[in-house]
Design a binder for this molecule. Sequence first.
Ligand code: 5GP
Length: 178
Amino acid sequence: MKLPDEIDCVLFDAKAIADRVGELGRFIDIAYAGKGLVAIGVLKGAFIFTADLVRKINVPVEIDFVELASYMVDTKRSGEIVLEQDVEIKIKGRDILIIEDIVDTGLTTRFLIDHINIQEPASVEVCTLLYKPARQRVDVPLSYVGFEIDDVFAVGYGLDYGGKYRNLPDIVSLTSAS
Ligand code: 5GP
């Protein structure tokens, strides 16, 4: 696939992503052996990661999605997070694994953990494809991290910029958005 001009560099190509997703699946299998889990993918950015990861998990897994919006004021996120679509599966007493595309400030993930905890799960853990430690503002326990990245703007493999680039098979950084 020809990459658009505003792409700065390929951070992780499709092969590196597939290898890492396989590893994460094996870790998750070990952690949830004998009990299974409910995987909750965070839309829209984690739709591809969720689809690939759950196919690498062999313990029983139920799959659901939430959609969250984090609002922007003058190109900066205001910190206001809105639940656009909630989980349908009953969470009480279940082992929940949140599947995120990226943890940046951590505000969105923190919001979701708190929202799920109200519903009294047996456990809540987070698996994120990407993590930007330099940008983190709130504490979020991350049990599984695909890749740590610097403070760049990443797109591809589900992540977008203005609705574009979700279909790129690689994860790349954008010059114009960072
Ligand atoms: P938070 O700051 O709450 O951890 O992240 C909020 C949201 O900002 C993420 O779910 C994601 O949609 C978006 N975001 C943060 N950093 C990036 C990035 O590098 N690339 C893309 N595509 N989205 C990002």
